[in-house]
Design a binder for this molecule. Structure first.
Ligand SMILES: O=C(O)CCC(=O)C(=O)O
Length: 280
C-alpha cells in the first residue's frame, strides 16, 4: 500500500490536514458530480428542523442541482459510493494515518449553493464530546475525513473548505468564547481543483466559507474512525453488504462472526491481512 510522503506526514502532524491533488481524473469528477445530482430524486437523510447535527428522512431533495444539499448515508444509492470506501490511493493513506484497526463511519454529499444568505461556519467533527479530545502529535487520530472536491475552487468566498492549521493540537475558542467563523484570524480558505482530496483530522477546526461565487460547490465526504468507535450514520444493510468486498464489509462492521462482547476492541485475527491486502 502507498504511504504518506515525508511532506504529507509533516503536514498531517503539524497542520492536521493535507491535500492530495488529482485524486479523481476529470471523467471521475463528472461522473461523481452527476451521481450527487441524482441523489436529489431519491428519499434520504437531510437536515430538517431537528437539533443541530441530526438528520431527518425526506422523500426527495430540492431538484435544482445548484441548490443546497446535504445528504447522508450514501452507500445504497450507487456502487460508486461503496467503491469510494477503500479507493486505492486515498484509502492507502487513510490506513497509513489511522492504522489497520479502523472502521468506515460516515458518507456525505454536500452542495453549497451560491447565496448571500449563508456566511459559512466552523466546527470540529464528532460533536461536543470528540471536540474536547486532542490526541498528541505521535498518536493516531480517533477519526478523520477524506473530502473529495468536485468543483474547482480558485478564489475566496466560493465555499472554500476553510481550516485553522494546527488547531487539532491546541485548545481553541469554544462555547463561552467568541464563535469561530471562516473569517476569524488564522483561517486558511483552501483553493483546489475538482478531483483534489483533502485528508483532515476530526479535531481540526474547519468548515465551509460563504459562497458568493455564482456557482454551487460539490463535495463528497468519507469519514473513518478507530474500530472501537461507532459509525455515525448507518446500520449494516443486507443489500449494501451484498455489493461489498470482504474488506469493505469489514470496514462497515462485519467481523465475519456475530457480535460478541469484546469484538470491536480485540479484532478478528485476519484484520491486518484483510485491510492491508484486501483490495477487491
Ligand atoms: O465543506 C463543507 O461544505 C463542509 C465540510 C465539513 O465541514 C465537514 O466535513 O465537516
Amino acid at each position: 500500500m502507498l504511504t504518506m510522503t515525508k511532506e504529507q506526514r509533516r503536514a498531517w502532524d503539524i497542520d492536521g490536514y493535507f491535500v492530495l491533488e488529482g485524486a479523481f481524473d476529470p471523467d471521475e469528477v463528472a461522473f461523481h458530480a452527476a451521481e450527487i445530482d441524482n441523489l436529489r430524486a431519491s428519499p434520504g437523510w437531510e437536515p430538517t428542523n431537528l437539533q443541530r447535527g441530526h438528520y431527518g428522512w425526506v422523500e426527495h431533495g430540492d431538484p435544482d442541482p445548484e441548490s443546497f444539499m446535504d445528504r447522508r448515508d450514501l452507500l445504497s444509492y450507487h456502487q460508486c459510493f461503496i467503491d469510494l470506501i477503500d479507493r486505492p490511493g486515498v484509502f492507502d493513506l487513510v490506513v497509513d494515518i489511522m492504522g489497520p484497526y479502523l472502521a468506515f463511519s460516515m458518507s456525505q454529499a454536500i452542495v453549497r449553493a451560491s447565496t448571500t444568505e449563508f456566511e459559512g461556519y466552523t466546527h470540529t467533527d464528532g460533536g461536543e464530546g470528540l471536540r474536547r479530545i486532542r490526541v498528541t502529535e505521535t498518536s493516531r487520530p480517533l477519526a478523520m475525513k477524506a473530502l473529495y472536491l468536485l468543483t474547482d475552487v480558485t478564489e475566496e468566498d466560493a465555499a472554500n473548505f476553510t481550516v485553522f492549521p494546527g488547531s487539532h493540537m491546541r485548545p481553541f475558542p469554544e462555547l463561552d468564547e467568541p464563535v469561530v467563523t471562516p473569517k476569524t484570524p488564522g483561517a486558511v480558505p483552501l483553493m483546489g481543483k475538482a478531483g483534489d482530496c483533502v485528508l483532515f483530522s476530526h479535531s481540526l477546526w474547519h468548515g465551509p466559507s460563504q459562497n458568493i461565487s455564482g456557482r454551487a460547490r460539490k463535495t463528497l465526504l468519507y469519514n473513518y474512525c478507530q474500530q472501537f468507535m461507532r459509525p455515525y450514520d448507518y446500520a449494516m444493510v443486507a443489500e449494501v453488504a451484498e455489493r461489498c468486498s470482504p474488506r469493505q464489509k469489514r470496514l462497515l462492521g462485519d467481523l465475519g462472526f456475530d457480535f460478541r462482547p469484546g469484538s470491536y476492541t480485540y479484532v478478528p485475527e485476519d484484520q491486518i491481512e484483510l485491510i492491508m491486502n484486501g483490495a477487491a
